[in-house]
Design a protein around this ligand. Structure first.
Ligand code: F6P
Length: 302
């Protein structure tokens, strides 16, 4: 049996740990694992490497962020002819199963390939945690921890020089999950996210109220997708006559070693993906699955 793996879209911590675990599982059976380079582009160009466990096991992959396979945003996802071309390439390469790691767009493309007859396992992997049908996407925990690291450092200086407002812009695209997580964990006083819009007036009043309730400084996380970070900074500066400092975390949030939780989840996802493939072969099922703890079957037919 031959499995092809693709890391697609924005990379996330845990992708390498997943690949390592999958390679380990394949090495215990007569299963070949290949990795396409640069996401779906690698499938289009037939550009792949062998992911033999013996040859990748000494590369400290478990702790490495990014993806050794590189990733890419494939511009032809909506081009049906291109998708058929990808299917033909996969067939020619003798790939029995395609494992796709990625977010929303990447998994939608995986579904298209499944509709075309390719056997696909989809693994939710994006720091944004915004894939329908799963509670968790690989890399989210690491991204939250990165946010907390930044806020923790800001708090030191905020404590030493009270009275100011700190705005921390988080990644996440249009999903406010990372910004909200910082609020849920008590690290941010306010989270501004697309899912729960608040007016300028409401924001000003909330900040005023928090200061009058005894807050010595205010930390606000803002999801990048709002595209209002500098607007809020100027607004608060003028309305409250206080200094406002902006920190944009940017792609620091997407890199680095996966946390213990993401390494654990990478291993679980790889086990689930491999088990699904084995079960599908036994049951001759033909499907696309979102993999998560406990296996959520998204769509299948016999
Ligand atoms: O993959 C998701 C994500 O990291 C978002 O959080 C972010 O908005 C986006 O990717 C950035 O994408 P790129 O690195 O392609 O600019």
């Amino acid at each position: 049996m031959k499995i092809g793996v693709v890391t697609s879209g924005g990379d996330c911590p845990g992708m390498n740990a997943f690949i390592l675990e999958l390679a380990k599982l394949c090495s215990k059976t007569d299963c070949d694992l290949i990795g396409y380079i640069g996401g779906y582009k690698g499938v289009e160009e037939n550009n792949f490497i062998d992911l033999n466990f013996n040859s990748i096991s000494g590369m400290s992959l478990g702790k490495r962020g990014g993806s050794i396979l590189f990733t890419g945003r494939y511009e032809n996802l909506k081009d049906d002819k291109k998708m058929i071309y990808l299917k033909q390439n996969l067939n020619k390469s003798g790939v029995d199963w395609l494992v796709v790691l990625g977010g929303d767009g990447s998994l939608r493309a995986a579904k298209k390939l499944s509709d075309l007859g390719i056997k696909v396992v989809g693994v939710p992997a994006t720091i944004d945690n915004d894939v329908k049908g799963t509670d968790y996407t690989l890399g989210f925990d690491t991204a939250i921890n990165k946010t907390l690291e930044v806020i923790n450092d800001i708090e030191d200086t905020a404590t030493a020089m009270p009275g100011k407002i700190y705005i921390v812009e988080t990644l996440g695209g249009d999903s406010g999950n990372i910004a909200k997580a910082a609020f849920d964990q008590g690290a941010a006083d306010i989270a501004m996210i697309p899912e729960m819009p608040i007016s300028d007036e409401e924001l000003v009043n909330m900040v005023k109220e928090k200061f009058s309730n005894g807050n010595k400084y205010i930390i606000i996380t803002i999801c990048e997708g709002l595209k209002r970070t500098m607007h809020y900074s100027e607004l608060l500066q003028q309305a409250l006559n206080r200094k406002v400092h902006v920190t944009i975390i940017g792609h620091k949030q997407r890199g680095g070693s996966p946390t213990a939780y993401d390494r654990y989840m990478a291993k679980q996802f790889a086990k689930q993906a491999f088990d699904l493939i084995k079960k599908m072969i036994m049951g001759k099922w033909f499907a696309i699955h979102w993999v998560k703890l406990g296996i959520a079957i998204y769509n299948y037919f016999q």
